[in-house]
Write a new protein. Structure first.
Length: 435
């Protein structure tokens, strides 16, 4: 085969290994062109909820393709979109009763940012134009999404293009963290100070609830989110939850806001929305936000769209995926206990692994290294390569190892993933990676 013309995402093409060609996939298993099998321990970047090639999703896609594959979504609607919107409104916090469709997590956040900004213009408070984000927050790759995730390490080349963001600390903790209360108090004090300094100037606060994904699966307690939400709302600031990763069972509840006992004003969803089958995203908003745009004046409409907004194929698959989750919550509820069990069985005696943390289906730990390891360290691709040699797809985030499997993963497969982590950690301790 000639050299591929594909320019891959988040990849230094000059030094990257040739891509592995996947021939087919089923459940938690990817099968490569040469027949080798790999356990997909990160759900192909957190999207594949029920596993690959799920027959229910495939059937939903097949049947929808026989009737309507796409239609302009301005001035038209269709049954899959209507059904999905009603299901989402029924199973997300009660105030979220309006659904705006887009096509990926970045654009779901982009919609939320524009919606929050324009909302304050509509209600006569144009001075509310500033935004708050949390240290380490990642919200996507479009300019708007980068705006509220400026502390991520990837956006330095684009910094001149981004408007200002006020960044407050994020109290990343783990179960036996002795400093959890102090970390939370310091973060809340900084947020309070920020709001006191400009009490009528902030439009919205953006946060990944319970788990910061790309920052290294950094977790916070529900009590912290409750305090953040209360403080923001006391100052009239809109609370935007980015549940692109944490939605649809990932935290052990259907949505992280449910597990945290909080109600955001805006909720961004994507990734697992379609069960990993097709690109789709939604931004849910309260009725109060919607009503600010509801007017006789066409210039007061919300101006945002995508060509594939509300795509019927993606919506039909998403309905099937959500119905599977509602009918079989045990598929994701079981995984937290299995994670802890595997950590005790395979990793408890490995001295260079620490800060074990789990939130529902998400498990993470830190790998102790002799040197500081950033996301751009040469060690990271070596670790990825070694995991693949051991038959496991894992993508370390710097020194953070994490597992975010499809819900269909078997106990045997999960044990194999943890066995691979044990093996790699021991090899790192023995100096086999040439740190």
């Amino acid at each position: 085969m000639p050299h591929s013309p594909i320019w891959q995402p988040f990849t230094q093409m000059k030094t990257a290994d040739p891509p592995l060609h996947v021939e087919r996939a089923a459940g938690a298993i990817l099968e490569l062109k040469e027949g080798r099998q790999i356990i997909d321990a990160i759900s192909s970047w957190w999207v594949t909820l029920h596993g690959h090639s799920h027959p229910v999703l495939a059937e939903a896609l097949y049947h929808q393709a026989q009737t309507l594959e796409h239609v302009i979504f301005t001035g038209f609607s269709h049954e899959p979109a209507e059904t999905l919107a009603h299901l989402l409104c029924k199973h997300t916090p009660a105030p979220l009763q309006r659904v705006f469709f887009s096509d990926n997590g970045s654009t779901a956040v982009e919609v939320a940012l524009k919606m929050a900004y324009q909302y304050w213009q509509q209600v006569g408070q144009p001075q509310r134009s500033r935004l708050i984000g949390f240290a380490g927050g990642y919200h996507g790759d479009t300019l708007g999404a980068m705006t509220v995730g400026q502390s991520s390490p990837w956006w330095q080349p684009f910094q001149p293009l981004l408007p200002p963001l006020t960044v407050v600390p994020y109290p990343a903790t783990y179960p036996d963290d002795p400093d959890v209360s102090a970390k939370e108090a310091a973060a809340l004090a900084e947020l309070q100070k920020t709001l006191d300094a400009a009490p009528n100037e902030y439009a919205a606060l953006f946060i990944e609830p319970l788990v910061q994904g790309a920052a290294g699966m950094r977790m916070c307690r529900p009590e912290f989110l409750q305090a953040v939400s209360a403080l923001a709302k006391a100052y009239g600031v809109l609370v935007v939850y980015d549940e692109v990763m944490t939605g649809f069972g990932r935290t052990g509840a259907l949505f992280a806001c449910e597990k945290a006992g909080t109600q955001p004003d805006v909720l961004c969803l994507s990734k697992g929305l379609s069960g990993g089958c097709l690109p789709l995203a939604v931004t849910l908003a309260t009725e109060a936000i919607y009503q600010a745009f509801y007017d006789d004046d066409p210039a007061r409409a919300f101006f945002h769209s995508h060509s594939y907004t509300g795509n019927p194929l993606a919506c039909a698959v998403s309905v099937a995926s959500l119905q599977l989750l509602l009918a079989q919550p045990h598929t994701y509820e079981r995984l937290e206990a299995l994670h802890w069990q595997c950590q005790q069985t395979y990793l408890a005696d490995v001295p260079n692994l620490h800060q074990f943390r789990t939130c529902g289906t998400i498990a993470a730990m830190e790998l102790v290294l002799d040197q500081q390891t950033s996301y751009f360290s040469a060690l990271v691709p070596k670790l990825r390569r070694r995991f693949l040699e051991l038959g496991v797809l894992l993508r370390p985030l710097g020194s953070t190892l994490y597992i975010l499997p499809p819900y269909c993963i078997t106990e045997t497969q999960l044990a194999a993933v943890y066995g691979a982590i044990r093996q790699v950690a021991i090899e790192v301790a023995e100096g086999l990676f040439g740190q």
